[in-house]
Every structure is written in structure tokens, then in C-alpha cells.
Design a protein around this ligand. Structure first.
Ligand SMILES: C=C(CC[C@@H](C)[C@H]1CC[C@H]2C3=CC[C@H]4[C@H](C)[C@@H](O)CC[C@]4(C)[C@H]3CC[C@]12C)C(C)C
Ligand SMILES: C[S@@+](CC[C@H](N)C(=O)[O-])C[C@H]1O[C@@H](n2cnc3c(N)ncnc32)[C@H](O)[C@@H]1O
Length: 361
């Protein structure tokens, strides 16, 4: 073999190897978003790094994230930075679910989503609200399962575009609508929905009562609302340094203005007028660990990191993607520790009814 042939063969093998590593081996999960498409959402590529720094600056001024008006912007920035990475490495449903022996992550996710709509007892053709819908993974599963018409709202316009595209591709756009807006001031009429749900989204509201009050306003009297909330559990001890470190790590890596305690949830719901029908931490045994999937993905995260570093170095992924990926990498560890120690649950379920008649009437 002459040296030219040898050189060409080596180049072909190297190119094949890179293609296999990036495109075929794929991310932790496989769902239609490729590493080559990683972007900063609605942020232009050259501004990703600055926006990442800006995101962190919120935590240097904790008083600002307590100010309700600033939180939606901070959450919007966060989702511009993470939405593509989430879709690439996790899927179209941005939440956890208990693992189910013998079932895939995809099935366990769907079952957790269908449970939400079963709890609110909607009928085909009825109109329901998804408060904080992401790119619509839950919305599509819920519409397909219940045949109800779902309207989702998200603060992030890039997610609206992604959700609409996925709805169309799934042939579910006749049942699923998505609007860009703030769930603290929704562009919907009073008493207009036959039910509502939110999956791991209201944790971004600075005050739970504000988002609950707004959801209450748009629901019809007698209808049901279910939410899966992020909370610290009865095992959390504020005086334990490790507990504080884990919860703070989760807050920072997940754009939370402050984690609530499990006991705050029903109290907030009652204060806005809801009747609490049921409350249950879906993470508690016999449910199997929701954090298994995070731990099992660790090797894939390393591989993903190499992919992100390479794509960023050659200018395909925006500069700053590496920082965002590194943040998520660390967040995954805090979340697993929160799950393993039992001090944190991302699925504290609350089922509420808007009374037929408000108590003041
Ligand atoms: C409800 C929220 C989001 C919950 C989860 C969907 C996400 C929380 C942490 C995310 C991830 C962590 C590690 C990433 C990994 C390093 C990367 O290679 C691939 C994507 C991750 C697995 C990513 C996926 C989504 C999460 C699990 C919050 C924000 C309220
Ligand atoms: C973790 S994601 C969950 C998305 C979806 N429920 C799912 O499970 O796939 C949280 C969602 O809440 C939305 N969100 C957070 N704060 C919001 C606000 N103030 N108004 C509207 N949406 C908001 C985010 O944009 C994001 O879509």
C-alpha cells in the first residue's frame, strides 16, 4: 500500500469514527434532536456565553430572584440555554417519573403523564390547560390518551416553536395548542377550562399562590387541577450542611427561585380557594427510584461532554454550550443525591377542585 492510500484509509477510518461517535452512538436517549443541532434556543450563538453568565448572576443577587417580575426572564434565559440539551439527552418530556421494572424510560414517562390526566377525569373533546408545557411531551401523551383538547403555555418562545413542530409531526396539532406567555398572567378567559395540570413547572413560580390563583381563575367551577411539585420532604433538615448543599445545587442548576417544603403545597392551594382532594408523594416506596435514570446515564453524559466540547471547539455548537452542559452534569449529581437521601421529591402530587361555588358567594 503506498503512502497516499494509507493516508486516505486512515482519514476515512477517522471520519467514520467521528461520525459513529457523534451521530450513531447518539446521546443518553434518542429522540430526534442531534448533537449537530444544539443551539441557544432563541439566543443567537454569539450571545450564549453571555446569557449563561447572566443566568449565574441572578444567584449572586438572590433578592432579585425573589422579585416576581424578574423570575420569568431568568427562567426564559435558562430554557433558551437548556432546551436543546434536554431534548438531545433526555427527550421531549422535561420531567422525572418513577422507574417501572420491565418498562422502558419512555413507557414509565408516558404512564406518569397519563396518570395526571386520569386524575382530573376529563372527557374526550373537553378543554384542558397545561401550565408550563415545555416542548409538549406530556401534552401529546395526554391528548392521545384522553382525546381532550390541550392548550399549553410556556414562557419560552423557542419551546413554543419546538412544541408546535412536534405536535404537527405527531399528527396531534388538532388536539394540541401552544402559546407563549407567563402562567402568572395567562391570556385566557375566566372559567374557560374543564381541567388543568402542571408537571414539574410551577416550581419556577416565585410564589406558588400566584400561579395557583391564576390557574384557579381560568378553570370552570367543579373542575380538577393536578400538579407534580418539586419539594423538600420531611427528611430535609435545614441545620444539615449536606442537605442545604444538595438543595442549593438543585435550585441553581434548575432555575428555581427557592425550593418549597412539602407542607407548603396544600396550604397554598387552599389559600387561593381550591379544595384539596388528594396529596401524595409519588416518589415514596413502593414507587421505584426516579433518579435511577439519571445515574444510569452517567457514562453517556461523559460521552456527551466530549461531543459538546468538540462541536463547540469547531464552531458548530455555540460557545457557552460547554458551560451549560457542565452545569447540567453537576445538577444531575445533586438531583441523584436529593433522591437517594430522600430529602427531595420532584413528584409531590396535589389534586385540587375548584368548588362549584366560591366560599364568599
Ligand atoms: C423539571 C425540571 C427538569 C428536570 C429534568 C428533565 C432535567 C434536570 C437535569 C437535566 C439533565 C441533567 C444532566 C444532562 C446530561 C449531562 C446531558 O449529557 C444530557 C441531558 C441531561 C441528562 C439533562 C436532561 C434533563 C434533566 C434530567 C426543572 C428544570 C424544574
Ligand atoms: C421543567 S419544564 C416542564 C415542562 C413540561 N411540563 C414537561 O414535563 O415536559 C418547566 C416548564 O415551565 C415553564 N415555565 C416556567 N415558568 C413559567 C412561567 N412563568 N410562565 C409560563 N411557563 C413557565 C418553562 O418554560 C418550562 O416549559
Amino acid at each position: 500500500m503506498d503512502s497516499v492510500t494509507l493516508y486516505c484509509t486512515a482519514a476515512l477510518v477517522a471520519a467514520g469514527g467521528i461520525y459513529w461517535f457523534v451521530c450513531v452512538l447518539g446521546p443518553a436517549e434518542r429522540k430526534g434532536k442531534r448533537a449537530l443541532d444544539l443551539s441557544g434556543g432563541s439566543i443567537s450563538a454569539e450571545n450564549v456565553k453571555d446569557n449563561y453568565n447572566q443566568y449565574w448572576s441572578f444567584f449572586r443577587k438572590p433578592k432579585e430572584i425573589e422579585t416576581a417580575e424578574k423570575v420569568p426572564d431568568f427562567v426564559d434565559t435558562f430554557y433558551n440555554l437548556v432546551t436543546d440539551i434536554y431534548e438531545w439527552g433526555w427527550g421531549q418530556s422535561f420531567h422525572f417519573s418513577p422507574s417501572i421494572p420491565g418498562k422502558s424510560d419512555k413507557d414509565a414517562t408516558r404512564i406518569h403523564e397519563e396518570m395526571a390526566v386520569d386524575l382530573i377525569k376529563v372527557k374526550p373533546g373537553q378543554k384542558i390547560l397545561d401550565a408550563g408545557c415545555g416542548v409538549g411531551g406530556p401534552m401529546r401523551a395526554i391528548a392521545a390518551h384522553s382525546k381532550a383538547h390541550v392548550t399549553g403555555i410556556t414562557i419560552n418562545d423557542y419551546q413554543v416553536k419546538r412544541a408546535k413542530l412536534h405536535n404537527k409531526k405527531a399528527g396531534l396539532d388538532h388536539l394540541c395548542d401552544v402559546v407563549c406567555g407567563n402562567f402568572l398572567q395567562m391570556p385566557f378567559d375566566d372559567n374557560s377550562f374543564d381541567g388543568a395540570y402542571s408537571i414539574e413547572a410551577t416550581c419556577h413560580a416565585p410564589k406558588l399562590e400566584e400561579v395557583y390563583a391564576e390557574i384557579y381563575r381560568v378553570m370552570k367551577p367543579g373542575s380538577l387541577y393536578v400538579s407534580y411539585e418539586w419539594v423538600t420532604t420531611d427528611k430535609y433538615r435545614d441545620e444539615d450542611e449536606e442537605h442545604r448543599e444538595v438543595i442549593q445545587g438543585i435550585e441553581r442548576g434548575d432555575a428555581l427561585p427557592g425550593m418549597r417544603r412539602y407542607s407548603d403545597i396544600a396550604a397554598a392551594a387552599r389559600r387561593v380557594g381550591f379544595e384539596v382532594v388528594q396529596e401524595k408523594d409519588l416518589a415514596k416506596p413502593p414507587a421505584k427510584p426516579w433518579w435511577n435514570r439519571l445515574k444510569m446515564g452517567r457514562i453517556a453524559y461523559w460521552r456527551n461532554h466530549v461531543v459538546v466540547v468538540v462541536l463547540s471547539a469547531v464552531g458548530i455548537a455555540p460557545k457557552g454550550t460547554v458551560d451549560v452542559h457542565e452545569m447540567l452534569f453537576k445538577t444531575a449529581d445533586y438531583l441523584s443525591r436529593g433522591g437517594e437521601t430522600g430529602i427531595f421529591s420532584p413528584m409531590h402530587m396535589i389534586l385540587c377542585r375548584k368548588p362549584e361555588k366560591a366560599s364568599s358567594e
